[in-house]
Each structure stands twice: as structure tokens, then as C-alpha cells.
Design a protein around this ligand. Structure first.
Ligand code: HEC
Length: 116
């Protein structure tokens, strides 16, 4: 194999690996589903995109509920900001899990939007 082709193949491998790590569903299963697969530890996230913040029958923190009562919904930007730092987005929230990696966060937000 010509040397350039070998290098190209290697570059392809190196790129494919992080793409796999940014699979939103896989990240969700690893980092979120533990609390979010039923209503006991965290609110259900089916249909969360564009939903009023803090609006299922889960027992939310007063802080998160207040955001929804003030009219805020889970837009892409709200989800991104909340997941980057829940405590900065909503001081007093009960959720502590943050996703600091931008690409991983984007993949998770994209996956959340598929949950109906
Ligand atoms: C340790 C448990 C736990 C983990 C892990 C967790 N969450 Fe949460 N999540 C919560 C709790 C509790 C709330 C409610 C927060 C409140 O009432 O302030 C919440 C709220 C939310 C909300 C707002 C839902 C609504 O109805 O307004 C979203 C969106 C969310 N989580 C996404 C995620 C994502 C995405 C992940 C994974 C990266 C994740 N959570 C990981 C416990 C968790």
C-alpha cells in the first residue's frame, strides 16, 4: 500500500473513534438513564424538547419549577446551558450531573430531541 494511503487509513481510524464516543444515545445510557429511566430519581425525559421547564409530576426543586412558571421551555440553548452546569443554570437545582465536553453535550441534546 502506498505510504499516503496508509496514512489516510490511519487518519480515518483516529477520526472514527471520537465520533463513536459522541453517540448521544450511548452517552445518555452511560450518564443519564440511571436517574432518568423512570420517575423515581429524576423526571421522565420523553418529550422534554420544547417542554415547559419543570412541568412533569416529578417533585422538582423550587428553583427549577420557578423557571418553568416564569415561562421558560427546554430549547436547545436551555438544555445546553443546563447540562453544561446545572448549578449555574439553576442555582438550587437537585440535578448535579454536568457534561463539560461541548461535543458530548451537543450529542446528548440531539438525542434528547428524539425522545418522544
Ligand atoms: C443523579 C441523578 C441524575 C443524573 C445522573 C442525571 N439527572 Fe437530570 N435530573 C435529575 C433530577 C433530580 C432532576 C430534577 C432537578 C430539579 O428538580 O431541580 C433532573 C432534571 C433534568 C432535566 C429537566 C427536566 C424537566 O422536566 O424539566 C433534564 C433535561 C435533565 N435532567 C437531563 C439530564 C441528562 C441529559 C443527564 C445525563 C447527562 C442527566 N439529566 C443526568 C437527576 C439526574
Amino acid at each position: 500500500m502506498p505510504r499516503t494511503a496508509a496514512l489516510a487509513a490511519l487518519a480515518l481510524c483516529l477520526c472514527a473513534a471520537p465520533a463513536l464516543a459522541q453517540d448521544g444515545q450511548q452517552l445518555f445510557n452511560l450518564q443519564c438513564s440511571f436517574c432518568h429511566n423512570d420517575d423515581s430519581m429524576g423526571p421522565k425525559l420523553a418529550g422534554v424538547a420544547d417542554r415547559k421547564i419543570g412541568s412533569t409530576d416529578f417533585e422538582y426543586s423550587a428553583a427549577l419549577k420557578a423557571k418553568g412558571e416564569a415561562g421558560a421551555t427546554w430549547t436547545d440553548a436551555e438544555l445546553d446551558s443546563f447540562l453544561k452546569s446545572p448549578a449555574a443554570h439553576t442555582p438550587g437545582t437537585k440535578m448535579t450531573m454536568s457534561v463539560t465536553d461541548d461535543a458530548n453535550r451537543a450529542a446528548i441534546v440531539a438525542y434528547l430531541k428524539t425522545l418522544k
